[in-house]
Design a protein around this ligand. Sequence first.
Ligand code: HEM
Length: 133
Amino acid sequence: MSSPLQTESEPLSDYAAVGGAPAVTAVVNRFYELVVGDERLAGYFDGIEMVRLKRHQVALVSQVMGGPVEYSGRDLRAAHANMGISADDFAAVAGHLIAALTEAGVPADIIDRTVGAVAATQPDIVEVPSTQA
Ligand code: HEM
């Protein structure tokens, strides 16, 4: 698509570098496989419509990676309100995102940037400092 000239003047976004929509979709699918397969987390996703959730998560991750995609799901604070999500839950979910990105062969610097942006959402999502008393 892009000519060598364009590539020189405009560096590739992380989104393009990892392979765009198919790559991000595969990572998000694997991410939710790990999340719902984790007994600490599975209960949160009971009865949740996963197709819609994945669609929103793909858009969010794509946007964070600089893709030409705009997240149009709910505000993250509203989407996670009253679930009692703990800091430990959040760390577990973030860990599964790192695992899915790593498995897909995404370079470490891109993982760091992506997870860094996602980690910044913690104050909107976590309601319980820690599950450990
Ligand atoms: C790591 C940071 C996280 C990000 C970036 C994130 C992102 C999202 C997004 C984009 C949605 C879709 C919102 C919508 O459909 O409008 C969502 C929904 C949801 N998230 Fe998260 N999330 C995170 C952490 C967590 C954690 C730690 C939990 C629970 C352990 C969780 C549980 C859920 C559930 C159950 C829904 C579905 C809510 C519903 O449809 O009613 N999320 N999240």
